[in-house]
Design a binder for this molecule. Structure first.
Ligand code: 4NP
Length: 157
């Protein structure tokens, strides 16, 4: 089993979207028995909460159901359990680097490392912006998910 963890700040917008999008892709490709994923936040404010209503609505319009997801905070132990620990932006990555145990750094990266064609490294935080921010998150996350799956196929499957 290949295990992937998506990480943002709150675990209520970007990383739950990445989890839902990537799980859907994995299921469509018939790989649900080979690849598992989860999401977490670097912050603790939204532990136990359902993803943001705006993120859930935007995801649902594209066929992704995020309603069963609940927020949790990332832990150092996640670097033992997950083969990929993927930050949504540079701030998340910096915070994960502090938490990451020695020798596990190779597992750490950014989701958009896998979508160089999108021309940016960060999935922007949509929390304080308008509706277009949530669509942008989904566009970037869909591209990252495709590239990530290609990387997993090349390295593990
Ligand atoms: P996320 O978005 O990191 O994509 O889940 C945010 C959600 C909540 C907050 C910030 C970002 N907040 O400050 O509460």
């Amino acid at each position: 089993m290949v295990n992937v963890l998506f990480v943002c700040l709150g675990n209520i917008c970007r990383s739950p979207a990445a989890e839902g999008v990537f799980r859907s892709l994995v299921e469509r490709e018939g790989l649900a028995g080979r690849i598992a994923c989860d999401s977490a936040g670097t912050g603790s404010w939204h532990v136990g909460k359902v993803p943001d209503a705006r993120m859930r609505a935007a995801a649902k319009r594209r066929g992704y159901d995020l309603d069963s997801l609940r927020g949790r905070q990332v832990t150092a132990g996640d670097f033992e359990r997950f083969d990929y620990v993927l930050a949504m932006d540079g701030e998340n990555l910096a915070n994960l680097s502090i938490l990451c145990p020695k020798g596990r750094e190779v597992r750490l990266g950014r989701l958009l490392d896998f979508a160089p064609e999108m021309g940016r490294r960060d999935v922007p935080d949509p929390y304080y912006g308008g509706a277009d921010g949530f669509e942008r998150v989904l566009d970037l996350v869909e591209a990252g998910a495709r590239g990530l799956l290609a990387d997993i196929r090349a390295r593990y499957l």
